[in-house]
Design a protein around this ligand. Sequence first.
Ligand SMILES: *[C@@H]1O[C@H](CO)[C@@H](O)[C@H](O)[C@H]1NC(C)=O
Ligand SMILES: *[C@@H]1O[C@H](CO)[C@@H](O)[C@H](O)[C@H]1NC(C)=O
Ligand SMILES: *[C@@H]1O[C@H](CO)[C@@H](O)[C@H](O)[C@H]1NC(C)=O
Ligand SMILES: *[C@@H]1O[C@H](CO)[C@@H](O)[C@H](O)[C@H]1NC(C)=O
Ligand SMILES: *[C@@H]1O[C@H](CO)[C@@H](O)[C@H](O)[C@H]1NC(C)=O
Ligand SMILES: *[C@@H]1O[C@H](CO)[C@@H](O)[C@H](O)[C@H]1NC(C)=O
Length: 467
Amino acid sequence: MSQSNMFILMVGIPLILSQSTRGKDCVCELQNSDPAFPENKLKNVAFAASKCTGNITSEKMTEIDRLVLGLQHRIWQLLDNVSMLEKEDNGNLYAAVSLRIIELELAEIQDLLDKLKRTTNNYQLLSGQTAAELQVMEETMVELEKFDHTQVMVKQRENQRVKRDLERCKDVLNSTTPAPTLPPGMYKRLCGLGRMVNVSGPMTYSLTVYGTSYTFGAWGRDAKPAPGDENKYWLVVLSSGNVHGNFIRQYSSMSTLILGIGPTDTYISSSNPTTNTIQGPNMVMYGNALYYNCYNTYSVCRFNMTTRSVSTVALPNDAGYNSKFPFAHLGATYTYTDMDFATDESGVYVIYATTSNFGNVIISKVETSNPPVFNQTWSTSLHKKTVTNTFMVCGVLYATRYLDKEIEEIFYSYDTNTNEERYDLRIHIKKMQTNIKYMNYNPRDHLLYVYSDAYIVTYETMFQEVH
Ligand SMILES: *[C@@H]1O[C@H](CO)[C@@H](O)[C@H](O)[C@H]1NC(C)=O
Ligand SMILES: *[C@@H]1O[C@H](CO)[C@@H](O)[C@H](O)[C@H]1NC(C)=O
Ligand SMILES: *[C@@H]1O[C@H](CO)[C@@H](O)[C@H](O)[C@H]1NC(C)=O
Ligand SMILES: *[C@@H]1O[C@H](CO)[C@@H](O)[C@H](O)[C@H]1NC(C)=O
Ligand SMILES: *[C@@H]1O[C@H](CO)[C@@H](O)[C@H](O)[C@H]1NC(C)=O
Ligand SMILES: *[C@@H]1O[C@H](CO)[C@@H](O)[C@H](O)[C@H]1NC(C)=O
């Protein structure tokens, strides 16, 4: 893997653009602010694992054959996984998830070794030595996990984006008139992503620490974090009957979230459910506050994480709640999904349906003022119960439907900038579990954060440049 890829372009897009027009120059500053991934250590683990295997296979088959074979199998598997890790993403990206799997495998191998040790004294020496090796391997893996792999990933994506903008900047310099790809204005600059054309295969995939019985939940990163909170991730599982939640769990990074290390819990209320507890999974975190459908009402609640206080704003009184207009498909209804919250480059939206709009989707922008208010609203012709989830990118609503157990399809879009509605999108999302219960786009990393039957998954969105 190329360690030079860890360089980070520290220049923001606006800076490049302003310099290009004034100084007729494209400037960027390179700064290597992250330690390189300690690839050697991973190799050492692989090497140690192969040595262990060699020693074990050379032993005569005895009454503990079965255990040794099991052990050998696990070690080969570990080797496979390590070499796969090295190949991943041209060797540049070591997914935290895979590391977690390897960690689990090491734990199982350790377990087998312990059994082996107990079984016979004859192999005391071998298992003793091997156990010592494995101890070292385990320690190395723990060390490797300290690297926040997502950060590496995010920075590489930032790199690509800045590089792309640098290219555009050059184009601008070469042309006599300003390039049509760079219209003025803050909004357009943020949303110069173009049209969404595809979604990557899953980037990360992991069970939460709560286990498989918590099938409704939400997670992600604050789309507009408070200073110092940029790397934090949040997770809410609906713990009461898969319907209600009363606290927000936060982790310092993606790795600690996946590994379940060092969470901080912030409680909205001590009992569950009660006034202002979370109802349904489709909430978002924005500006260090959680926006959600509050218990048993047609109101939007905002929980301020700093003050731990709730402010509410009511939707029209014919807006669906308590499973009146939930997300659904022919085979299933996702209970208490009447309100879906979304974040994009311009802020927070709530997606819901009303009786007066015949159960069709309505989009309302939530102004994040204090108290929050609704300002602009768009009515669509999209029937809410035919949709499994929605998210927003650059003021465009995208809706998904269930195709089969493996595939969810982004089939619909509504552009709030032009009021254009389309039903002909065919963007497929490869699912890891049958049902997607939560989906939201994060404008900071352009990832879709998905909660799918107790598993948390991310996907990368892909855009086609507008020319
Ligand atoms: C690890 O290897 C085994 C087979 O050797 C494979 O089934 C499994 O999917 C691999 N896990 C990862 C994370 O690559
Ligand atoms: C494998 O066997 C060699 C030679 O007996 C020994 O030096 C080495 O420490 C053993 N390795 C492990 C991991 O047991
Ligand atoms: C800019 O124009 C010069 C001269 O025509 C050309 O050599 C160069 O490749 C152009 N650069 C870009 C980025 O298009
Ligand atoms: C969309 O992305 C998936 C996953 O990377 C890929 O397999 C597929 O070919 C892409 N589809 C199109 C139309 O580009
Ligand atoms: C949360 O409360 C703090 C302290 O009063 C305030 O500064 C902040 O703006 C509030 N956040 C939101 C989203 O209202
Ligand atoms: C309502 O939306 C308009 C158009 O985006 C905006 O100019 C105005 O500031 C918004 N009003 C409030 C109270 O946020």
